[in-house]
Design a binder for this molecule. Structure first.
Ligand SMILES: [Zn+2]
Length: 623
């Protein structure tokens, strides 16, 4: 077979597979809420054209964009499986998240009820005001039928006025939607409520996608109108990084928000939508809500379409481990505030503060000596909304890949700008990744046909920088190594000062809680004064020198009289024993970043030019 012929046969087989799936009955879900006051949803599934083999019904253990296991099956009850005539079929519960039906005909109906009471990006929440549905937490699926399309009907409670906000495709009526595959269905969280809706179009070459804000909140219409104007500025500015919007399926992108005092704070990205939840409100914390929206929207390029091979396709049955979250999450975490700064929606001080806190964490965390940014990324299954009942030592062995990744993005952006006199920037790198890996898209909505590997990223950086050695070097030292760039020198280019916040302040490295005295609240960082003195979590300090310290406020006051380098004897209680140790007080290593003007220095012309090229808007002119 020639290469051409082989490709033709492959494509034909793939299209035949898709065509077969389309010819078969879609998996039909009907969601109803007769017991919504009690946080319950009723689910009815109708399955047709089933192959003559055991039917395997599954609840997911993982949700796209979330990396820890969640075992959503725990909230399912009252499961019944019936034939087309309504007769019960025998079901075997073969493992915690799978039910098998050995004997069945081509048609099967499944009914179950499910409890859900957590409003965030991962779970199901049902109450009198809404059904907030993250699909993997709520919908069963059938192994082997992952390519079948699905329909989802939302049954509105009488008199509720509920409507549906979702990235699912429109169906036969306002309450019925479709998904082309299981991957797309599971990626399509839906808010079913009497939410407030705002929309705006943005022209983009030949397309004009519509952006929707569906907001379930306790605020006013005027507050939402004003926020929507800011979101439009952010959306236009984010587009300028890549030069175009992705081709959103359905030509719409939907921000779904639940800003309610009884929600849990979260943000979760999806292909054509995002879920943003918060206990706060537009009036209470507009800056944080905008920051979350900017971050999640940037994901519609970076991770949803520019996607690491390690996450494609997403595995709903197990943990999803990726060594590239420093790029997928970390670079997104850099661009979230950067886009807001360029759009004029934050102050330079805010942006500098955000960069300064990331640098501070990365510079001072002991974890950097044990793990690289790549290895930290691979810990996501243990830290991303993960729960464990045993204690961990993550204060010492883990840095968030959001934080370290954003510090790497800042370092790479400034390094590229410095060595090319601003001709090449991180925006160019993101655009190159977009053109090679994101824009080509996927044959089936919900899939990415050209996911990247770490070597692809390294090679692309070399191409964009016009310097392979630079790319290899940057990766070896800062991504696959343990070093950090020279932030002080790089930031100075833009007239930003990286400085020790207060090196004269005495510091011992641990924080305290008042629990029968001043109790050390978390693991002592490796190498800190407390660590070297042999102190650690749960030790209760009762005296410093001759001064008794009955509580943490007294401890802070007494410690404040010492100077860095001085020694102090520490008397402490540990698990029933009293002991004394000698501790050398350290100097506070905390750093921050401020504009030179803020500390009374002059901004040089070269610094002003550098800063403007980096932080000023390319979109402002288009308003
Ligand atoms: Zn993110």
């Amino acid at each position: 077979m020639t290469r051409f012929l082989r490709a033709a046969v492959c494509l034909a087989t793939l299209f035949a597979g898709v065509a077969d799936a389309l010819a078969q009955a879609p998996i039909a879900y009907a969601l109803s809420f007769p017991d919504r006051d009690h946080r319950l949803m009723d689910v009815d599934m109708t399955l047709g054209d089933l192959p003559a083999m055991p039917l395997q019904l599954l609840m997911s253990r993982a949700s796209p964009g979330r990396y820890a296991l969640h075992d959503f099956a725990k909230n399912v009850f009252d499961l019944r499986v019936m034939d087309a005539e309504g007769r019960s079929l025998a079901v075997a519960h073969v493992n915690p998240h799978e039910w098998d039906v050995a004997q069945h005909g081509p048609q099967v109906r499944v009914h179950y009820r499910i409890f859900g009471d957590r409003i965030d990006g991962t779970y199901l929440a049902v109450d009198a005001t809404h059904a907030h549905i993250n699909m993997p937490s709520a919908l069963m699926w059938v192994r082997g039928l992952e390519q079948r399309p699905a329909t989802v009907h939302f049954e509105p409670p009488p008199g509720s006025g509920w409507r549906v906000a979702t990235q699912l495709m429109p169906g036969t009526d306002a309450f019925t939607f479709t998904a082309p595959s299981l991957q797309y269905l599971m990626d399509s969280p839906s808010e079913f409520s009497a939410f407030s809706l705002r929309t705006f179009p943005v022209a983009d070459g030949g397309r004009t996608p519509t952006f929707r804000l569906a907001v379930h909140h306790t605020g006013t219409d005027a507050e939402l109108d004003s926020l929507t104007r800011d979101v439009e500025r952010m959306v236009r500015e984010a587009r300028n990084v890549f030069g175009e919007f992705p081709a959103y399926e359905g030509n719409t992108y939907t921000f779904i928000a639940d800003w309610l005092p009884w929600a849990s704070g979260d943000g979760m990205e999806h292909r054509n939508s995002t879920i943003i939840t918060s206990t706060s409100s537009i009036r209470g914390n507009r800056a944080d809500l905008l920051d979350a929206m900017s971050h999640e929207f940037f994901h519609s390029w970076n991770v949803e379409r520019i996607r690491p091979k390690s996450l494609e396709p997403f595995n709903f049955e197990d943990q999803n481990m990726s060594g590239e979250l420093w790029l997928a999450e970390g670079f997104t975490n850099y661009y979230g505030p950067l886009v807001l700064e360029r759009a004029g929606l934050t102050t330079l001080e805010d942006f500098a503060f955000a960069m300064g806190s990331a640098i501070n964490t990365v510079l001072n965390s002991p974890a950097r000596q044990f793990r690289t940014a790549e290895e930290i990324s691979q810990m996501a299954p243990f830290v991303d909304a993960a729960t464990s009942i045993d204690r961990t030592d993550f204060e010492n062995t883990y840095i968030s890949y959001y934080t370290w990744g954003s510090a790497i993005a800042l370092g790479l952006d400034l390094s590229l700008r410095e060595q090319t006199d601003q001709r090449v920037t991180l925006d160019d790198f993101m655009r190159a990744l977009w053109r090679k890996y994101g824009k080509p898209g996927g044959l089936i909505p919900g899939y990415v046909d050209h996911p990247y590997t770490i070597d692809d990223v390294r090679r692309t950086l070399g191409e964009v920088a016009g310097n392979t050695a630079f790319a290899d070097d940057f990766f070896r030292h800062y991504i696959e190594g343990h070093e950090v760039v020279d932030y002080e020198r790089l930031l100075d280019r833009a007239g930003l000062v990286l400085r020790r916040t207060d090196a004269s302040r005495p510091w011992i490295g641990v924080r305290f809680q008042d629990a029968q005295g001043a109790r050390i609240a978390a693991a002592a960082p490796f190498g800190s004064p407390a660590y070297r003195a042999g102190l650690d979590r749960d030790d209760v300090i009762v005296a410093l020198g001759n001064a008794a310290v009955p509580d943490s406020a007294t401890l802070t006051r007494v410690l404040g009289a010492y100077r860095p380098g001085q020694q102090v004897s520490v008397t402490f209680d540990r698990r029933g024993q009293r002991a004394t140790t000698l501790m050398t007080v350290g100097s506070d290593p905390h750093v921050d970043v401020v504009p030179v003007e803020a500390i009374g220095r002059q901004l040089a012309d070269a610094q002003r030019r550098f800063r403007e090229a980096w932080l000023s808007s390319a979109a402002r002119n288009t308003f």
